[in-house]
Write a protein that binds this ligand. Sequence first.
Ligand code: NDP
Length: 517
Amino acid sequence: MSLAEQMDTVTDDAAGTVDRHDTSQTFESTDPATGAVVGVFPVHDADAVAETVQRARAAAEAWGALGFEGRKQKLAAYRGYLARRMHELADLVHRENGKPHADAILEITLAVDHLAWAAGHARKALGPRRVNPGLIAANHAAYLEYQPLGVIGVIGPWNYPVFTPMGSIAYALAAGNAVVFKPSEHTPAIGAWLAAAWRAAVPEVADAFQVVTGFGDTGAALCRVPVDKIAFTGSAPTGKKVMATCAETLTPVLMELGGKDAMIVDDDADVVAAADAAVWGAMSNAGQTCIGIERVYATSAVYDRFVAEVTEQVRKLRPGADDEATYGPMTMASQIDVVKRHVQDAATAGARVVTGGPDADAFPGEGYVAPTVLLDVPEDSSAVKEETFGPTLTITRVRDAEEALQRANDTTYGLAGSIFSASKDKAMDLARRMRSGMTSINSVLTFASVPALPFGGVGDSGFGRIHGEDGLKEFTRAKAITRQRMPLPVNLMSFGRPEKAADALARVMGMLHGRHR
Ligand code: NDP
């Protein structure tokens, strides 16, 4: 099926999409549950990518010239289009990524909410403002504004194929940039749909958001064009390659990478709520969530009750492709080998398997992994150290919350995490000291649904922020302007200044600052 035909089946008025290039090579995307072909897409080569970026660069001028209010209206039309076609897009997400339709609806809802927030807050976060010029430049007015960078290349993963790239796309567009998006080779139809929807919703600025499809080479070509910034979301090893490629052209990068997030369950926690959140955080989306919970550290006081509750809840889960299934197949078949290796390593090292495990039962074929809960996994095991990215959870008994925090922080990653405690002050203190970009107290993943909060990690989880005012600023350059309002009798920055001016200045500085010791 050609891309145009594919898009026709997706939506009638979203037709006219990525493939305006003469590209002889194509690739198929398939339904991970059935293997059925979802669509056929061009492998865009370096020339095709350069041509797309060139069109985006031309569009960026018109897009930037619309100003905050004009862009807000276009972005509203786009989000209206997405909101009216939620089920259609969710169906495509279900077919190409494998997650249940209801989870796809939740993902799209979050993306639409972020679009609204970014468009609505861009002027306040980025618009021109006067700042205090200070003593030395008291006769000047000082202005600050955040200007768009130009064209942003967005390289996205397959696990949240709408929400994750939209965290960059919405904020980059709202800040006045054009965007060229390279979706994962596993979810090109969703990327193409998003761009086709843009063309249909706001045809007058169609080239401000375009898609290129292909494999890693297409992504690398986007880095090399160059664009004005690359917003990359994916694994740490690929992130390193992207940075190396971007270094060739001094292209700045935003890195949203993987994680190994932990939950701390303290003595006074609501154990049932903590178990419910841990199971959702670990197993939803088949565990293929960068901010998913992969490790739990529960204090001795609650450990037994917590394990019992998790065990009961996990037994109710059933992976499958039907509407009643709690989660779908692994999107990428090769990830099953990683999950198997981690579970096998843990079992060999003496971990107790509560559900799932290394046996055939846990890997029933057809791309599914059964929910797997492991106890007493040694801390140096791959199941504790590396990103598993499957429906697995390790639960470890600790003395107290301090030990839990120390173990939670003992990782090279630092994306997010969760704390369950009835004490607000203690939970806030633990959250602040958790080495991660984001922490939810008495819930999981909530920060991702608050558009005003920045999203991003530390260490091997990357740097830079999407979402919130920081996410808008990420796609801009600060511009500083001063304007002299009146000349001073003595101009210190002139060769014509009187000889004694420096002494007078030193005296004033001594009076103002000299008393501080
Ligand atoms: P990958 O790192 O494999 O790929 C990410 C993207 O990079 C894909 O579009 C891929 O294209 C592209 N790519 C691959 N090689 C290159 C290259 N040399 N130059 C430029 N682009 C390239 O990640 P996954 O798609 O497997 O996503 C899962 C990972 O993403 C997990 O580690 C997860 O934790 C992380 N993630 C992080 C999030 C965050 O916000 N911090 C959110 C969601 C996921 P192709 O697929 O065609 O190879």
